[in-house]
Design a protein around this ligand. Structure first.
Ligand code: PMV
Length: 321
């Protein structure tokens, strides 16, 4: 995987969104996760300015938690810049818009400071997101920095990198792309990742918490194996098993359940993706029924996307010379 080279301002960078297939929430507590970077991106342009600006405006810069965290951790020179952002990733949808923003800004800032190795970029993007959000795992930021399919906390080949979260470390590894088309659908119900993470953390502190976490870990471990083996039918069963557990820890939502019902005739398996309590679902279509699946989800009132993996992860957008 290539590192990010140094460039002089203006610097432009982009990073993809992501979709979690197995293990959200449990990953925060050390269980395995599988996620893929998707072909919806956030692009930023960082250019010199008279004062700090966001999209040309000086007002509101200090209220933007993620940008503030990026300035604090990745822009020690403090030189005033204007950060312009264009994103195709819906916000608060469980599709990694905040991770993509953190990774794109970290890429651009690091390039303007002389370049960065990809493992360091993954740590920096996580530190920025954690700085703004206060809780969570490096799953989102690592997958959007790496691109493709990525596991956390799962055994396998030597890791791409290890992320240090203070009290916990997460190993990040690549899984081969099975070549499937996924359908993601946004319910339009907004929610807070941090609130959902805190609620699940409290639920897992109950006496049956360790047993629940072990069941999450088992489903994710088997799910990672099924995807790596290209076994669609087994993967679909395990998506359903993961949804049962997510329901049990209280992060499903009536709108998500309605979308899962609407998807069923054209999907082999489906589940919520991301923090839940709203946001999006991800579904594996019956082969050849992708269009029907999208139609069913749109009719049920969701915003559906057919997604393919983004193989590159965070990268500079070089202008033609
Ligand atoms: O809904 P999102 O895109 O913020 O994803 C959250 C994923 C969690 O596992 C719930 C939290 C985390 O940081 O891993």
């Amino acid at each position: 995987m290539t590192d990010v080279p140094g460039r002089t301002l203006p610097v432009s960078a982009r990073a993809p969104g992501k979709c979690i297939l197995f293990g959200e929430h449990a990953v925060v507590h050390g269980a395995p996760e599988l996620a893929l970077a998707i072909d919806l991106t956030t692009q930023v342009v960082v250019q010199g300015s008279d004062v700090r600006r966001l999209n040309g405006h000086a007002e509101g810069v200090d209220d933007h938690g993620y940008l503030g965290a990026a300035f604090a951790r990745a822009w020690p020179t403090g030189a005033p810049v204007d950060v312009r952002v264009v994103s195709r990733i819906p916000r608060s949808a469980g599709l990694g818009s905040s991770a993509a923003f953190c990774a794109a800004v970290a890429t651009a800032f690091s390039s303007a400071r002389g370049g960065i190795a990809r493992p360091d970029l993954a740590q920096l993007a996580f530190d920025i997101e954690r700085g703004a959000q206060g809780v969570g795992s490096p799953g989102d930021t690592s997958v959007v920095v790496a691109g493709g399919y990525v596991t956390l906390n799962a055994p396998g080949d030597p890791p791409l990198w290890t992320i240090d979260g203070g009290d916990r470390r997460w190993e990040v590894r690549r899984v081969e792309d099975p070549g499937w088309v996924w359908v993601v659908a946004h319910s339009g119900v907004p929610r807070s990742t941090a609130d959902a993470v805190r609620a699940v953390t409290a639920r897992l502190a109950a006496p049956d918490g360790p047993d629940l976490l072990a069941r999450f870990a088992d489903v994710a471990t088997q799910g990672i194996r099924a995807v790596a083996a290209g076994d669609r039918a087994r993967t679909a069963e395990l998506l359903e098993a993961n949804q049962t557990l997510l329901r049990e820890v209280g992060v499903s939502h009536p709108r998500l359940e309605a979308l899962l019902d609407a998807a069923r005739p054209a999907a082999m398996g489906a589940k919520l993706t991301g923090a839940g309590r709203g946001g999006s679902i991800v579904a594996l279509a019956r082969p050849g029924q992708e269009t029907d699946l999208v139609r069913r989800l749109a009719r049920a009132g969701a915003l559906p996307f057919v997604v393919r993996p983004n193989p590159n992860g965070a990268e500079l957008v070089e202008s033609p010379s």
